[in-house]
Design a protein around this ligand. Sequence first.
Ligand code: SF4
Length: 321
Amino acid sequence: MIKAEAIERASNEIMAKAAIDIPDDYKSGIKSMINIEKGDLSAFVLEAMLENWEVATADRRPMCGDTGVPRYYVKTGNEARIEGGFVELEHRIRRATATATHNIPLRPNRVHPLTRQDNNNNVGMNAPEIEYSFEPDADWIDITTVHKGGLFGTDYRMLFPGDGIDGIKRFFLDVLLAFGKRGLACQPAIVGVGLGGSKDTCMMLGKQAACLRTVGSHHPQAEVAKLEDELKQLGNKTGLGAMGFNGSSTVVDCNIEVGYTHTGGMPISVHCFCLSSRRATARLHSDGSIEYRTDPEWFTPYMRRNTVGRDGNSVLAGAAE
Ligand code: SF4
């Protein structure tokens, strides 16, 4: 049984870890960009980012004054049992969000869109978001928090199948340039692309691709992985460098997630995680132990459900493909 108290404690801890400690995969991606960046100001920004992260970690203070919008992803083992069930889990996560906002402290960004009421704790109507997934043959739960920054830098377009790879590349560049040139994004960023699905699925997949996959990871399908590399290279040839200065540092990595879609369309979404790529995960075991990491491991083989139930196979046989 996973205790409710442990859920709240772990949620508080990952809120702090996400806000303060940059994940190593993203930091390594930035360091490798410094080695090839030719733009003076862009290179200066990258160096300053590294220094800023070191200071934030040493002082145990958030790396950016803008908290973004904290949200959660919960992956539940099929055999996991939670004290108080999922209602209690949500209660504990929401309470931890309020506590962490006060204690870390974080900027209370969340307001009512019309009245602008601010509860001063990042908790309110439909906030923070909590998304769920499941894992066969497991009795743990993973709780990941992402503090998604970048109010801009996200867009959607319904393409047609005939637009092909060229249409995908054009929209990808349109998004990077539209927001980058106007100073509405803090690049370099991990860029997530959602391809296919219905409109809401397309947006969800793109955001998860940006926020829950690490730098250096690839989609398991070769043609998708190839497009990830092509888009990354293309995105770094626009002339926009770090924070919009001249250079080549815009896309730390490009991650694509795919969903089967209507035969007449090819919806696409593009999401930029910002230079505060804040994510942290806790795995809570039924024996009370908790492990922390920065790779959410969200896209397990089962997660994409490519063949689960498709050919009359078993759950586990389908999960492996
Ligand atoms: S986009 Fe990211 S790095 Fe830029 S101000 Fe917002 S949270 Fe901070």
